[in-house]
Structure formats: C-alpha cells, structure tokens
Design a protein around this ligand. Sequence first.
Ligand code: PLP
Length: 358
Amino acid sequence: IFNFSAGPAVLPTTVLEQVRDELLDWRGRGMGIMEMSHRGKDFSGVIAEAEADLRELMGIPANYKVLFLQGGATQQFAQIPMNLLAGRSADYIVTGAWSKKAYKEAQPFGAVRLAGSTEADAFTRLPRADELKLDPQAAYLHICTNETIHGVEMFDVPEAPAGVPLVADMSSHILSRPMDVSRYGLIYAGAQKNIGPAGLVIVIVREDLLGKASAITPGVMNYAVMAEHGSMLNTPPTFGIYLAGLIFKDLKAQGGLAAVEQSNIAKASKLYDAIAASGGFYRNPVELSARSRMNVPFTLANPALDADFLAEAAELRLSGLKGHKSVGGMRASIYNAMSLEGVDALVALMQDFAARKG
Ligand code: PLP
C-alpha cells in the first residue's frame, strides 16, 4: 500500500521489519526495548546514540540541547511561552492552521503579538518581509516552517530582529533537507511524520534560552530541568526514542539530509508538474515559491468527482489522500519514507482519471 497520510505517516519498511524482530528480543537480551529500564545500560546507549546521530544529521552545534519529550507538538504550543516568555511579549507569524493554533495557545501565558498573517489570502502564500511588524524587544519570534494542512513551506526563513530568538515548528518537514540550526533559538517537531511514532516530540534549544521558565512551570515541562536530567526526569517515551534512533541511522545510511533532499525534490516536482500539466483539472492554490515538498494539497476542478477519485485511489491501494476538511479536495503527504514509486503510482492515477473524466 502507498500511504499518503499527513500523519501518523508512512515509515521505511526495512526499519519496521527490524522493529518487528527486535520487539521480542533486542540484541539477544531476551526482551524488547519497551520492557527495559530507562536507567539501565542498554537504554542509556539507545538514547545517547539517537542524540548523537541526530546531532550529526542536522549539524546541531554544541551549545544546543536536544530533548526527547512527550505530549506532541501541541503541548509545545503552551510549553514555549511557559519557558521563554519571562514576563515579556512574543511575536507570532501566522501562515496556516498550525501557526494559528500555536498563536492561540500562547495567549493565556502573557502578551502575544500577531506580527504577520496571510489568513486574508487563505494561507496560499508567505508574508513578504515588508508586511511583517516585528518587535525588536520580543522574547521570541514564532514561525511554522511547514504548514501541514495548507501545504506552505518556508524556504527563506524570516529574519528576526537582532537578539530575538527564532522559534520554529518543524513538525512536518524536519529531516527532509539540511537546515541551518544556528539560525534558530529553538526548533521543535512532533515525531509522527518524518521521525517515528506519535507522542514523542523533539526540542532543540540553544543553551542561553534555558532557565527563564515561569515559576509555575512543572518539571516535566521545564526545558532546563529536562536538559539537566537528560530528558529523563521521569520515564521517557522509550519505544519512540528507540524507533527515532533507527530512523536517524537509516537517514545516515541514505547519505544524510543532502541526499534525502534530492529525493524529496524529485518526488515533489513530479507531483506539482502533474498538477500543472492537467490543464486545470487539478489545482494547487499555493504560490510557486512557497509550495511544500512534504504536503501537496490539490483540488479537482469539479468537486463532485472527489469521491470517485478517492474510490479509484483506494482500489489501487493509494491511501490517506482525502484533504483536510478545512481545505477540501485531496492532500498527498510525501514524507521522507514515501517512495518515488508511490508518487509515480499517484501521478499515473491522476493522469488516467483526468483523461477519462476531463
Ligand atoms: N504542528 C504541525 C506543523 C503539525 O503538522 C502538527 C500535526 O500533526 C502539530 C503541530 C501537532 O502535533 P501533535 O499532534 O503531535 O500535537
């Protein structure tokens, strides 16, 4: 089956086969990693290796902490202001459904400003630099670098005013291409797209931003406390961390993020080219320069044909293509683990369907 779901999403089969084998017996220990103490030697090795591999893949500088936390990316929407606001004000740029949620969730924690929004254009583009009203005194500037629902990706990240840390939700495109981590104060990503199982969230935070949490921040939500305890103040999501570690090794074996990016460019180009070549039968509303390589929403000119398209896709074992209810139409999520073969199968259906129904 080719799984185009936005998340939880497709994972590499070879990795899943390894997990299947190791669930019962990890490296000859007679039990699986889920059954082992998180304080033991074996699991300590697993988490240390996962962090080292992620640092190598992303080129994470030494003055950043890597945290493996629970609660998903949504919990970070609240945890970020709890940890970073420090009685000041923060700026949010709203470019789609997810950054809008992050902006809303931050509001109970203090002063939060809308520094820019493309909602008036139905989130089909990114704001130009001259449209942004950035506060040079802000505690941080929050962005979402890939909007999973609207299919909008930032290839040029906005410049924050000097001294204002950039905070980025990279949930749906982390590890899809090289990123310059040093441009950010904090990066966070829910795992269930390019990394692994839902529930695990990775936070990469610059050390000088630690220790500013509001006094009522619980320990498990306090970045400084979690960093001090190596993400193990309490029992961490051990299975998720183990699986994430396998994915990191798999990406390294593929040649790292530069190689992964080439494959993602090839897949996304095929799909966008097919939409463009359909003579209006299919349409993607996003401005060319902001089209996501991970999430490709498209509508049919005649929405009455949506159900037929999805039924034919299901027959061909192409799953998860129904668009988000707020946007309609279709959405093909083509994360790292989607093969070119899967994209070819979708493009073949699109061309055949348009030829018959157009
Ligand atoms: N941010 C983005 C960009 C997302 O795509 C999602 C959804 O999966 C979330 C945040 C929320 O993540 P979670 O469901 O892990 O809380």
